[in-house]
Design a protein around this ligand. Sequence first.
Ligand SMILES: [Zn+2]
Ligand SMILES: [Zn+2]
Length: 384
Amino acid sequence: MKKNKIIFFLLSFLLIFSLAFSFNNFQKKSSKLNEDAIYNPNSSSKNLIVHYIDVGQGDSELIQIPGNINILIDGGPKSSSDKVVLYIKSLGIDKLNIVISTHPHEDHIGGLVSVINSFKVDNVIDTGVNHTSATFKEYLKAVKAKNINYLTPSPGESFDLGTNVKLIVCGPYKRYNSDLNNSSVVVKLIYGSTSFLFEGDAESKEESQLISGGIELSATVLKVGHHGSKTSSTLKFLKKVNPKISVISVGKGNSYGHPAKTTIDNLLSLGSSVYMTDTEGDIIIESDGSDVNVTRGSPYIPGSSSTTTTSGSGQTTTTMGSEETTTTQASNALFVGSKKSDVYHYPNCGSAKSIKPENLITFNSVEEAKSAGYRPCKKCNPPG
Ligand SMILES: [Zn+2]
Ligand SMILES: [Zn+2]
């Protein structure tokens, strides 16, 4: 009996130690990182920045945490691999501390294979359900080939990711091989008094498990479940989250009829402002630990058609509380330039942001930019 107890304590100690060890590298900066050589507009930022990348019909969210800690939740479908990889590179990021694969559907993991092969990845958090698709096998193969620390955490587990930043695993409570959406990894990221909840493709079944589970679900910003489908976002769940801002990641003209009008109506009825990637392209939300600001994208205006296309350029002003942020960017273009110069940039480049709306032009490929007589920016270093 005594011996068993000792073994039990030893094993528990080992488990705790190994968990602590695998995550303590979040606190460290890479010794190889030459920050002078890398253009990272956010490296000195105290803001936590969440990019809801427009991947068409799918999901991909990049989170930049102060201290150069980066998390990617899902990688969109395979067709958006290049976009996601270029987007991350354009921010000067070469390492992802955590990649979260919410569930094995192609519109979430298709792009992760390229991501895993293009960046140093420290940890993969996975739902732990099996799937037989070729894409899922390819993804697992990439994780194994790079010998990445692979975790399937349970609800309630949390990870400290620097000063005032915590990642809490909220779900899944159950893992269904035949119901992947309701097996989605659901996480909540807390920064100071602000928080972001990411639902993956969780539907009403997982939403009610999340409520019963008892983990505090309230969040400033919600990444709405399953592309705004009517099978998710029950009013009961949304009331628990009570998001000030909601983001729906959804493809323009998708064949599923996403997002559902009921989802949008439910969110609006709770006073949440709703942002959608199909009309806005990439959406960027920043938190300073006490307030959140949407720095890219405009909210859905009730009464306007959700299929309205934004012009792709121009100035949008978003007012959130007392603060006002102005962005001048192209929503969907891969590269941007100014009519007054011959340089093309990634849309996130600091120089690109200073281009006046009336001078802004967009390119969807390197060829397009080059044939217009433009050359790559030396600061953000796009391909070309
Ligand atoms: Zn999906
Ligand atoms: Zn799914």
